[in-house]
Design a protein around this ligand. Sequence first.
Ligand code: ARE
Ligand code: CA
Length: 581
Amino acid sequence: MLLEAVYHRSGNADCYAYDDRTIHVRLRTKKNDLRAVKALYGDKYDWEQTASEQSLYKLASDERFDYWQAELVPPHGRLRYAFALIGEDETVWYTETGFQKEKPQDPLSFFDYPFLWPDEVLKPPEWVKEAVFYQIFPERFANGDPSNDPAGVRSWEEADPGPHDFYGGDLQGVLERLDYLSSLGVNAIYFTPLFAAETNHKYDTTDYLKIDPQFGDTGLLKKLVQACHERGIRVILDAVFNHSGALFAPFQDVIRHGKASRYQDWFHIEQFPVQTQPRPSYRCFAFEAHMPKLNTANPEVRQYLLDVAQYWVTECDIDGWRLDVANEVDHEFWRHFRKTLKSLKPDFYILGEIWHDAMPWLQGDQFDAVMNYPITEAILDFFAKGAIDAERFSHRINRLLAQYPQQVNEAAFNIVGSHDTPRLLTVAQDTRKAKLAVLFQFAFPGVPCIYYGDEVGMQGGADPDCRRPMIWDEARQNQELLAFYRTIISYRRQHRAMRDGTFQVIYAKDRQLVIRRTDADEQLYVGFNNSGNPAVTDYVTLDAQVPLEIAMGDGSFELTDERLSISLPPFGWLILKAPLS
Ligand code: ARE
Ligand code: CA
């Protein structure tokens, strides 16, 4: 038994409340080193009466480790616990003080989860799990009103956007395309910024309380959100609170009055007089002089931005905020933000933009979810680029799942690209590979989001090329891909196991992958062949005899006793399903 590999620290993803009565405990051990793991647990004030044991199950494995999990219901909301590590020929106990041969007795040595407070449990809104999001970059989705076009707009058909170009997209355009979105099957929209700003992307806000006139006005947004709600589509907007634009009135005041400005503490001015060359003498987003960083620790700024955040909920009934550069804003600001928005609208969705490990923001006091860029990377590496094999891919996704609490995984905002990254199809260079990536995105725990136009086969390299005008001409749309998206979206929305079931990789070898999702009613197996040759998987032993049938896809399967093998054509996929009740 390699004890050096054993790890558990109460908190984060190792010991957390999943809901108002259940605590999940997890343990990391060396891969394939242990036969079993048990938790000894109970209430510390009534140990003799309450102590009991429960087995952990293997939640996931990566190259080096197994991750075990148990769902414990503490008798009185308090949890005292220790682990029994059961190897081939020895059992070792693991407590907060280390390893020992004897069953732990000393009360102080146990791990401890002091008390489960329902208000502190991270509970992403229920509707989010049912959602299929669609991301709209408003300047490029649809132009419904030429009268508000900025001067010098380019023709919609010119698909080579430069960093400063305008095409005239607006909210009226979105309103007119809601039938399209409904027919696609999406039920939530994420808009990149809509507020008054200089650039085409609007991440440099000049007026937080005004819709950019190039897009429309408050009345139109209100109408649009209402029209969405009537169709069962939720709407979330982009909150750019890390920085403003340089033309934001308070920043202009600082430029004008320097140290004497009553707004000088709204920003992070490093040196007066304020200058932009050679580098800005104030903190910015990156070193972008047109994006001065806001001092969100200043109570006045905090209140101002909280008022803005509430204003759009009250005024237009939006359902969530996506938070730009969320990891560079102070935690205390986000704590206030959560309290304020959740008391205004309890099922409000708070989605942070964080590209890296986001555990500090996902403890229940700040965000409901983050944009899941680590999964984007893994999906692109395996399906689109072929840079890693199925086994490595499986290790990467398993590690990600083990790093976050289960409810975080269930609400993760899973994307295969965004307005900040090259498009899926451009990376994959092959519609068949793109389809496999999307099928995986829709079969993985979490909430999928489609970047506008990916579904009709749009291409585009890094920003700004990934922001080409939407292709509406049906003759130029990839109809086969569009039909595929419609099918997969509807399958996910109809099968709860695809959204809510447990997830396991049951086969990962070379370029073949089989995953399983199970809920109370149904078990689904999704097979992927990410190679240009036909492939047959080895036999995988299932837990039990299940009556499988093909639900969708090309290929066939063999089921002998409890052993399953799947045959797939080149770049083929298959969904098998088994009713459980
Ligand atoms: C411009 C250039 C870019 C350049 C950038 C930084 O076009 O090539 O990388 O400046 O100087 C908006 C516009 C962008 C514009 C930017 C600045 O949409 O077109 O880009 O303003 O004018 C990091 C942040 C993350 C941020 C990305 C862009 O952590 O928050 O960088 N994303 C948000 C929005 C953007 C928006 C802004 C922030 C600014 O989604 O659209 O940009 O409001 C690694 C790092 C990540 C890094 C990521 C991407 O993985 O770990 O931290 O994200 O790469 O660079
Ligand atoms: Ca327009």
